[in-house]
Design a protein around this ligand. Structure first.
Ligand code: DQA
Length: 142
């Protein structure tokens, strides 16, 4: 079982800066992730929350709840949340960080990720495809 977590403001996909994030919604993204999981033979559970603490608790509890890996788009928390970094570092599941936009081609503050160093890998700038690649990597045990 793979857990796909989306952080702050990703519930606004489709409405939010469509030039940057596209016109598809979070619901579209979550349906795609479930379909990709089904193709790869692994159940995918998707969750989104705007609150840091809720994301921390989902990450802390993921292994106990039977998940084998986490796909995480932390939104802006990527750039400053040491609490999120510590939550990732403090558990055993592999986490793949995903960004829809190419964070390195955007504002300077987005170039820094405080979470990437404690993740298995990071995918940025490939739109929703990044989630598929992250699920594949976790299924392959990468
Ligand atoms: C994002 C990039 C972040 O810088 C931003 O704060 C987001 C979305 C992305 O998916 O491209 O909320 O994580």
């Amino acid at each position: 079982m793979i857990l796909v977590l989306n952080g702050p403001n990703l519930n606004r996909l489709g409405l939010r800066e469509p030039g940057v994030y596209g016109s598809q919604t979070l619901e579209d993204l979550e349906r795609l992730c479930e379909e990709w999981g089904a193709e790869l033979g692994v159940p995918v559970t998707c969750r989104q929350n705007n609150h840091e603490g809720q994301l921390l608790e989902w990450i802390q509890d993921a292994e106990d709840h039977g998940f084998a890996g986490i796909v995480l788009n932390p939104g802006a928390l990527t750039h400053y949340s040491y609490a999120l970094r510590d939550a990732i570092a403090g558990q055993r599941l592999p986490v793949v960080e995903v960004h829809i936009s190419n964070v390195d081609a955007r504002e300077e503050f987005r170039h820094k990720s405080v979470t990437a160093a404690v993740c298995r890998g990071k995918i940025s700038g490939l739109g929703f495809l990044g989630y598929r690649l992250a699920i594949e990597a976790l299924v392959e045990g990468e």
